[in-house]
Design a protein around this ligand. Sequence first.
Ligand SMILES: CC(C)(COP(=O)(O)OP(=O)(O)OC[C@H]1O[C@@H](n2cnc3c(N)ncnc32)[C@H](O)[C@@H]1OP(=O)(O)O)[C@@H](O)C(=O)NCCC(=O)NCCS
Length: 385
Amino acid sequence: MSLVSDPVTPIEVPRGLKNVVVTETQLGDVRGGEGFYHYRQYSAIELAERKSLEDVWYLFTYGQLPDSRQLAEFRTTVAPLRRLPDEVRSVLRSIALAGATFQPLAGLRTALSLIGAARGLKPVYDLDPAQRQADALLVSAVTPTVLAALYRIRQGQEPVEPREDLSAAANWLYMVSAAVPDDRKVEAIERYLVSTVDHGFNASTFTARVVASTGADVVAAVAAAIGSFSGPLHGGAPDRALEALDAIGTPERTDAWVRAEILAGRRIMGFGHPVYQTEDPRARMLRGIAQDLGGELVDFAVQVERRVIAVLAELKPGRELPVNVEFYAGVVMELCGLPRSMFTPTFAASRVIGWCANILEQAADRKIIRPIARYAGPPAPQPVR
Ligand SMILES: CC(C)(COP(=O)(O)OP(=O)(O)OC[C@H]1O[C@@H](n2cnc3c(N)ncnc32)[C@H](O)[C@@H]1OP(=O)(O)O)[C@@H](O)C(=O)NCCC(=O)NCCS
């Protein structure tokens, strides 16, 4: 769909492209006013509550939910793709140990670029839909393995080989911890993973689509999306939300802590959202999951949430600043035994499926995304001296 009828006449759009429709998609949508989002024609939360990650991965890739035979075949197809190519194994150590702090997303970008080169990925422009799909499945399947291996090497441990007999969610926990996780943890993390596969035209998804619109290969588009995702305004704050809980310490300290943060000009991590004017439906679901898992941390988080909302309503009147996905995501991941440095990587391990679906959709439309900027510098041309 083109909204620009006359390419010569510039069209001014709001800063940050807020509320600008830039394309059509069949993949899903976020309805901020209602606190609802969907994957294709299904409620994402209902899918998270009832379907496996592989079901939803299939839905994004092929446009429909699989029946049991299709699901079994799909699992058989994607499980072997989890294995790291040999070319990457040999350099993974250097990538994981680079720098003073562990940067899993930077490492993922680097390793994926190498995998793309090693596997000879071709520009999507030159591929038929089946070949593009195959590349997308490879990148989505291998991403969690890369992230888990980087983490373990950084911890001074050996990477754990992926297990083909485990579901994607169970295998994720297994590759990070080297222990087969119990069913409750798998179920909790699987719901989180399903609920974060896609979420409208967010910055990383848009980035992936811009790169795909040039006809570049799937890894190029995913690596760009990871770069976009790594920014603090986007990639999420689940570890920061948990650090806030640590800093608050006890429920009765919440009000004073929030006031001090706001006075210092800081934001409260895990609250507010650019699209939702109401409670983030992912936060609602994750709160429920956390409460099912139970424990002191959950009770504490629920009390803190209530007080943060009350104090923000007083300090920021007229602003809707409800709890967002990050607040309880951190709690759920902590309860599932994931280390904090792997919170955002866990998000990336599922979002890569959404990026890939967007890349495939964009690649089918051979129109490059190429907006213009209004020049605001000194009048040109000036004499060149
Ligand atoms: C998510 C977020 C970037 C959305 O921002 P946004 O909708 O574009 O909102 P704006 O940046 O326009 O902020 C609007 C107002 O609300 C305030 N605000 C927004 N989120 C806030 C928060 N978490 N804590 C305190 N104040 C907040 C802003 O300071 C601003 O107030 P002002 O007008 O008095 O300056 C923002 O809410 C935020 O930074 N949240 C914390 C980080 C986080 O949880 N990120 C994960 C998102 S899923």
